[in-house]
Design a protein around this ligand. Structure first.
Ligand code: PLP
Length: 422
């Protein structure tokens, strides 16, 4: 075995959700006989209209003279020009922007984009100053946990809780009395809509965060993997917020192309150039096939249409099924709180004063054939102890309606027993 560097050791750590995923895969494999309801997946479902769209765009590409240029040639680090042009035209028209091709970078998935940004803006400067990567509202996307080569750079802030006790609902809000953005901040990142909670920060909250960062020229990365215009997995109104220090980051993964790995950064030309140089060293450029078919789907308007008419209602209905089932099945006297379902493909359930940990609850749910993800894996960068971290679970909306109904009925029973035992 070769001696590993510190970075290699760090990267091979099974951190956060990866440790759970390993356990889930082993559970699924060892339980061939028993039927398990798996509500852990972050992988979007294959919806037939969406698959057909990509099939049609592929057929069009195959029949075109462009094909050889797309797959048989290297291209620019920035991305495939016709795709960049499609994005610029679409966003300019839709949001009244003045983007040129210099404002856009294409990366192999948005995870890669966060890796570049975390290491360009977070970590030690040449003068030895530690620049922090600030997550303004924890919990947030577990994938931010591993992106920085300098792990001590990542710091997350506890939210305030907006609780509607009689309705058994709640919503996280950024706690502006705590959130600190200073000269020590390298960049700010948050997902909107949020994986795992389905939260959508309000337009005002986003503007306030961007305003706090602006005096220090701190880039604010808004992870829009679930936002409009595609995949449009927002169930509440939200405006996209653009600005000098905002990098609008998105992905085609939830619009049916996770396998093609397409991430998109939109923003200030200088920030885009920094990330592009990093990309040249890391991988030259993204694959061009996915970009070529996506350009077609965007230019024809079909992608937005399918996002709004197929993808969004599909997951919004799943959330309604989950919500109605919990309303009926959960004993009213239990302190259970479902996060407001404002978007993404997950539900987030908080069981206040839960007498066992989220990990133990996960194990008990496995015993009744239901798999969810323990919530404590979704607080990357939040060092301080906080009971709330061990009182939540993430439930994927990728199950069938029957699976969601049965899964939530069983969860309600288990929760009732757990509180009674205490
Ligand atoms: N950001 C969020 C909030 C996500 O949920 C995901 C994937 O689930 C990603 C980023 C990474 O997606 P990709 O690299 O496929 O664009």
């Amino acid at each position: 075995n070769p001696a590993l560097t510190k970075i290699a050791a760090q990267m091979s750590n099974l951190t956060g959700v990866r440790a759970i995923m390993k356990d889930i895969i082993e559970t699924l494999q060892s339980n061939k006989g028993q039927e398990l309801i798996n509500l852990s997946a972050g992988n979007p479902l294959i919806l037939s209209e969406v698959e057909q769209l990509w099939r049609d765009c592929t057929a069009d590409l195959l029949a075109s003279s462009e094909y050889g240029e797309v797959v048989c040639r290297y291209g620019s680090s920035q991305g495939y020009a016709p795709f960049i042009e499609a994005i610029a035209n679409d966003f300019n028209k839709r949001y009244g922007l003045k983007l040129t091709e210099r404002n856009i970078l294409i990366t192999p998935g948005s995870q890669t984009l966060y890796f570049y940004a975390a290491n360009c803006f977070g970590g030690y400067t040449s003068s030895g100053q530690l620049k922090q990567i600030v997550l303004p509202l924890s919990p947030d996307y577990t994938g931010y946990g591993g992106v920085c080569l300098v792990p001590e750079a990542l710091i997350a802030y506890k939210p305030s809780l907006d609780i509607d006790a009689s309705a058994h609902r709640f919503k996280y809000r950024p706690d502006f009395s705590q959130l600190s953005i200073t000269d020590d901040t390298g960049c700010v990142i948050f997902s909107r809509p949020c994986n795992p909670t389905g939260n959508v920060l309000t337009d005002d909250e986003v503007k306030k965060i961007a305003d706090l960062a602006a005096p220090y020229d701190v880039p604010v990365l808004i992870d829009s993997a679930y936002a409009p215009p595609f995949p449009a997995l927002n169930f509440t109104d939200m405006s996209l917020i653009f600005g000098e220090n905002i990098l609008h980051c998105t992905s085609l993964s939830k619009a049916g192309l996770p396998g093609e790995r397409i991430g998109i950064a939109i923003g200030n030309e200088k920030l885009i150039q920094v990330l592009e140089s990093f990309q040249t060293n890391a991988n030259l450029h993204s694959s061009r096939y996915g970009q070529a078919i996506a350009a077609r789907a965007i230019n024809s308007g079909a992608l937005v249409q399918i996002a709004e008419q197929v993808i969004r209602p599909f997951y919004q209905n799943k959330f309604a099924v989950l919500e109605n089932t919990l309303n009926e099945a959960m004993p009213n006297n239990l302190p259970w709180f479902l996060h407001r379902g404002e978007g993404a493909i997950f539900a987030w359930l908080w069981l206040q004063d839960l007498p066992i940990t989220d990990w133990e609850l996960y194990q008990e749910l496995k015993q009744v054939g239901v798999i969810v993800v323990p919530g404590s894996t979704f607080f990357p960068g939040l060092q301080e102890e906080w009971q709330h971290k061990h009182q939540c679970v993430r439930i994927s909306l990728t199950g069938s309606d029957e699976e969601i109904v049965t899964g939530m009925q069983r969860l309600a029973k288990v929760a009732e027993q757990v509180y009674q035992r205490a």
